[in-house]
Design a protein around this ligand. Structure first.
Ligand code: SAM
Length: 248
């Protein structure tokens, strides 16, 4: 499978992945690695999106969006992959097919636009961030998650043994980029300012290790304590909250 990051390649990769995507996620692995990620990500959205209109870009099967739907006034999702979207629709979520780089929504439609584990697979990340900013109201928030090169996760991916991430998915078959917390100003739209951030997976070495209940409890405890600490800049997943300037 090609890994150019084009819409066709990403759609083909995630359509194939959609069948095994939840094997170690959601109800199939309560208390596990992916649940921890989804929890820390959706909690950060709640900080800005409780009682507001929220869009998730690249919502996939809806694991994070279903959490968002529990506290937002409205929760909508878009994704490229019909295979992933079918599962989100099965959860009763309000989702549409579309691309992060060309969002099918009018300007200023949402209070918050967020994206998790998606922008790292989009070569035109600047265009995607501009689109997310366009669809939020002035004063609204863009929550964008990046894969951080300055993290244990990145080091293990680089130097550790190659491991398939799930049935039907080998990460080397999808385009992946890394953007550090220190380069956020280079890619964030000029009409936004960084107002908050969170680091996820700071000390957890591998998802695999969290399949032992004791280790899972230990890493969950550590990640929760560290996610908003100064060490957050070393999160394997670094989440930025960007406020759209009111005068924009
Ligand atoms: C790793 S999944 C994450 C799904 C969800 N955000 C979550 O956290 O469970 C990445 C998702 O991004 C979607 N995606 C990849 N490139 C995209 C693009 N250019 N526009 C919209 N969605 C895209 C894929 O189809 C896939 O569903």
């Amino acid at each position: 499978m090609d890994a150019t990051g084009s819409k066709d390649d990403n759609r083909a990769y995630y359509d194939a992945f959609s069948h095994g995507y939840e094997r170690y996620r959601g109800d199939n692995d309560p208390g596990g690695y992916h649940e921890m990620l989804d929890e820390l990500e959706s909690e950060f959205v709640e900080r800005w999106g409780r009682g507001r209109d929220v869009l998730e870009v690249g919502c996939g099967t809806g694991l994070v969006l279903s959490r968002i739907a529990s506290f937002a006034r409205s929760a909508r999702g878009i994704d490229l992959s019909p295979g992933m979207l079918e599962k989100a629709r099965g959860r009763g979520l309000d989702v549409v097919e579309g691309s992060a780089t060309d969002l099918p929504f009018s300007d200023a439609s949402f209070d918050v636009a967020c994206s998790f584990k998606v922008l790292a697979h989009v070569p035109e990340v600047g265009t995607a961030l501009r689109e997310m900013t366009r669809v939020v109201r002035p004063g609204g928030i863009v929550i964008a998650e990046f894969y951080n090169p300055y993290s244990l996760r990145a080091a293990i991916k680089r130097f550790g043994p190659a491991r398939p991430i799930a049935d039907g998915a080998d990460e080397s078959h999808v385009y992946t980029r890394y953007d550090s917390p220190f380069s956020i100003r280079d890619i964030a739209p000029s009409d936004t300012e960084l107002v908050d951030s969170r680091g996820v997976r700071i000390v957890t070495p591998t998802a695999h290790l969290m399949r032992t209940p004791m280790a899972a409890r230990l890493f969950r405890f550590a990640e929760r304590r560290l996610c908003d600490s100064p060490l957050r800049v070393f999160g394997g997943f670094w989440i930025a909250a960007l406020r759209k300037k009111a005068s924009a």
